[in-house]
Design a binder for this molecule. Structure first.
Ligand SMILES: Nc1ncnc2c1ncn2[C@@H]1O[C@H](COP(=O)(O)OP(=O)(O)OP(=O)(O)O)[C@@H](O)[C@H]1O
Ligand SMILES: [Mg+2]
Length: 326
């Protein structure tokens, strides 16, 4: 039996997701994991399988985006000898290999409509037919799928079938991006630094911690893991700002005049929300000054959509911040 997979998090929303999964894991319900690249969809799929009562049965993963439609059917459902030119012998498909265990269909948002129909048929009937076959084969599998995008949007554009959507989405789980769970950044960084260089016992300086907390991690945990791996090769004892890659540094170089942000990060008794508000206020103030009050330009510099920028600004104004451009 495989040891259970560990998901590192101290974010309340992530904890809620994990306890929800712990509850549904032994039901047969299909789970859809939704999230940006690198948020942990695959590790969640592994976690679900590892804590389920199927954990000592097969766990089969397949990236649906990687294969052209014609190959996908034979990959998923197998084929009989002679089904096509190179089918010299019979081959089991991944549904059959996963029988009695779990199957992880990654990138389900990339599947063609034609393939969606075939998938739905297999999932509804709980049986498959090999390509070129004449009889059906029953399969008992727990289905876990993953999507990078909101499938309802694809449904509206007729790119995803509603019947398949409801079949795979009994339990939808949206994994938040790392920038929306800032408390996980330092936790994961410590975890990976220790994993890659346990003997170095690396710690981040307050400035380096500030820089990684301010960065928006578009590649999410995968990007953070790569940065940790890189840093662990070069840093000695303390991880300095200069050990971090350039893209992370651009925001940390903002002059936090009038606010000891690197102090407020370590000030005892200051709540996480207040620390973040303090930092956000100064970033917004600085960027707005730089753009002479132009919000669209400021949003662009910060890699935020204009609506997110305005929402955040409004939230800070409600909390009492007065943004005046100098
Ligand atoms: N909470 C976590 N704790 C520990 N490691 C994590 C966590 N989340 C993600 N990882 C690690 O980050 C990397 C990326 O995660 P994963 O492959 O699960 O992302 P994904 O959402 O499937 O990405 P993609 O959409 O690009 O396939 C992996 O090495 C994974 O082990
Ligand atoms: Mg993945």
């Amino acid at each position: 039996m495989q040891p259970p997979v560990t998901i590192i998090t101290q974010n309340p929303h992530m904890r809620t997701i994990i306890s929800l999964l712990n509850k549904v894991v032994n039901s047969e319900s299909s789970i859809l994991l939704i999230g940006e690249t690198g948020v942990g969809k695959e590790i969640f799929a592994e976690y679900i399988h590892s804590i389920s009562n199927r954990s000592n049965r097969p766990f089969v993963k397949i990236g649906l985006a990687a294969l052209p439609s014609e190959l996908l059917a034979s990959e998923l459902f197998g084929y009989e000898k002679g089904a096509f030119t190179n089918a010299f012998q019979q081959k089991k498909g991944l549904f059959e290999v996963a029988n009695t265990g779990s199957i992880f269909l990654d990138d389900i948002d990339d599947v063609s409509i034609e393939m969606q129909i075939k998938l739905l048929r297999a999932l509804e009937s709980r049986e498959i037919m090999r390509v070129g076959g004449t009889s059906t084969i029953p399969v008992d599998i727990r289905l876990i799928s993953a999507s990078k995008v909101n499938l309802k949007e694809l449904m509206k554009r007729n790119l995803f079938r509603a019947d398949l959507f409801y079949r795979i989405t009994v339990v939808p789980v949206e994994i938040p991006p790392l920038r929306n769970r800032k408390e996980d950044i330092s936790l994961l960084m410590d975890y990976y630094l220790n994993k890659f260089a346990p003997e170095k016992k690396l710690t981040l300086t307050p400035e380096a911690l500030q820089a990684i907390t301010l960065y928006d991690w578009p590649g999410n945990v995968r990007e953070l893991r790569n940065v940790a791996q890189h840093v662990s090769l070069f840093a000695e004892k303390y991880v300095q700002v200069s050990d971090l890659p350039n893209e992370i540094l651009s925001l940390s170089e903002l002059p936090f005049t009038g606010c000891n942000c690197h102090l407020c990060l370590v000030e005892k008794g200051m709540s996480y929300t207040n620390i973040m508000e303090c930092i956000e206020t100064h970033i917004f103030q600085y960027t707005l000054n730089k753009t002479h009050g132009n919000q669209s330009e400021a949003a662009r510099i910060l890699h935020l959509s204009i609506s997110t920028f305005r929402d955040k600004m409004k939230k800070l104004e409600v909390a009492g911040v007065d943004f005046h451009v100098q």
